[in-house]
Write a protein that binds this ligand. Structure first.
Ligand SMILES: [Zn+2]
Length: 263
């Protein structure tokens, strides 16, 4: 580390310590928010307490704004912070470095998309979406979709924040890079094989538990499978064990509790 970086790291850790000391989360608010998020029920008391601390740091370092007439309140802030921090429970807040904004709309919002057809003609159209993550910029969310954590296997907050984690680097095909302490070949093999298998199922029109949207692109596959990993972990561990094991290595969590302690 250069002296400048040492100083920055010191300031950051001092600021985080101070945020934890000065911030109290109302107990009733905390219980209400985590009570709505069913997938948090498997967390231990220690994990919940670390999740609460991370949420405090998240709210100190990120800026949440309402858009489309939505007035941001403590409930919205805490609910989004908790869901955003679950994927980084064992990675730490530095995994979300380099951007600060979270924009929250009351419901689906409309974005402009461009697509080139096979004749090279670019079509512009508008599409309603529940979330979006900008590289180096904000995460944009629909509160209606983010508020309840919805049903098992679906979570727009985890989806968009998984994109944020993956934006630090991708391989040629668009799969996110593993952490440096992971077996890169095993990670790539597991993701590629699972993606092939899944796109095959979707192409053949087979019914899938996983959202077919995951077949659109390797980056979407990672984001959707991350939703499964945290909100339908037992299903993912049962149906996609090698992918589950690799996501467990990536997130350093084993929500389904199916891996040996050493893994
Ligand atoms: Zn996506």
């Amino acid at each position: 580390m250069k002296p400048h970086n040492v100083q920055m790291a010191f300031l950051k850790s001092w600021r985080r310590k101070r945020a934890l000391e000065k911030t109290q989360i109302d107990a009733a608010l905390w219980l209400r928010v985590i009570g709505r998020l069913r997938f948090l029920r498997g967390l231990t008391a220690d994990e919940l307490s670390r999740l609460r601390e991370l949420a405090i740091v998240f709210l100190d370092e990120k800026e949440l704004h309402g858009a489309g007439g939505l007035a941001i309140d403590d409930d919205i802030c805490l609910s989004i912070a908790v869901q955003a921090c679950l994927p980084i429970l064992n990675l730490g807040m530095d995994a979300y470095e380099g951007w600060v904004g979270v924009v929250v709309y009351p419901d689906e919002f409309v974005i402009e998309r461009e697509e080139m057809d096979e004749n090279g003609v670019v079509h512009r159209f508008h599409e309603g979406v529940s979330g979006e993550a900008w590289d180096g910029g904000p995460v944009v969310l629909s509160w209606r979709d983010a508020s309840s954590g919805s049903f098992a296997g679906y979570n727009v907050v985890i989806h968009e924040f998984a994109h944020k984690l993956a934006m630090s680097g991708a391989d040629n095909e668009g799969f996110p890079l593993p952490h440096s302490d992971m077996d890169r070949a095993r990670w790539q093999d597991a993701l590629h094989a699972a993606f092939q298998r899944f796109t095959g199922q979707v192409d053949r029109g087979e019914p899938t538990i996983v959202d077919p949207y995951a077949s659109e692109h390797p980056a979407e596959f990672f984001a959707v499978m991350s939703e499964m990993f945290f909100t339908a972990s037992a299903v993912l561990a049962r149906d996609w064990p090698e992918l589950y094991a690799q996501l467990a290595a990536y997130y350093r969590q084993d929500p389904a509790g199916t891996l040996p302690p050493a893994a």
